[in-house]
Write a protein that binds this ligand. Sequence first.
Ligand code: ATP
Ligand code: MG
Length: 178
Amino acid sequence: MFIKQVIIEGFKSYKEQVATEEFSNKVNCVVGANGSGKSNFFHAIRFVLSDIYQNLRSEDRHALLHEGAGHQVVSAFVEIVFDNSDNRFPVDKEEIRLRRTVGLKKDDYFLDGKHITKGEVMNLLESAGFSRANPYYVVQQGKIASLTLMKDIERLDLLKEIGGTRVYEERRRESLRI
Ligand code: ATP
Ligand code: MG
């Protein structure tokens, strides 16, 4: 499984719709002049995949929506197209599209065009090995050092998340509670 394409519209510096070329399943480079939107591109990916942009307040929404020449767009979206030929996502499809939209008042998720809840997205991502609390797939500055300094129990939690098993522990806990 890998990110095949990213489509962005109205998000931060991306006013018009931009769709990347198809990415390789090996190494891809994002290059561009200062201020051209490289960091915003990675923010866009994390906007869909991690839970750092949750419980958005009004000012957070304004910061995410493109604003230029005194005009602010009222909605934006980021769509990530995954190559799922290895069925890492437990869905019988070669390709899946996960889109998150944001407006001035609400934000929503769509899987292949169908509205799904945030909980469903997080479960789907976690069963494919995406970690919620530690989005290890975006290696930010200082991250390598913090991984080496983690406590054993924290590292075990991370491994459970990467292995996609923590979601089952959570579901078990939830079902025992009922
Ligand atoms: P560098 O090489 O300096 O790291 P970069 O390619 O990472 O640059 P970004 O940080 O992604 O660039 O983009 C910065 C630009 O995005 C700034 O010009 C900023 O004004 C613009 N920007 C951020 N949020 C918005 C927004 N909501 N509306 C319009 N422009 C925005
Ligand atoms: Mg940058």
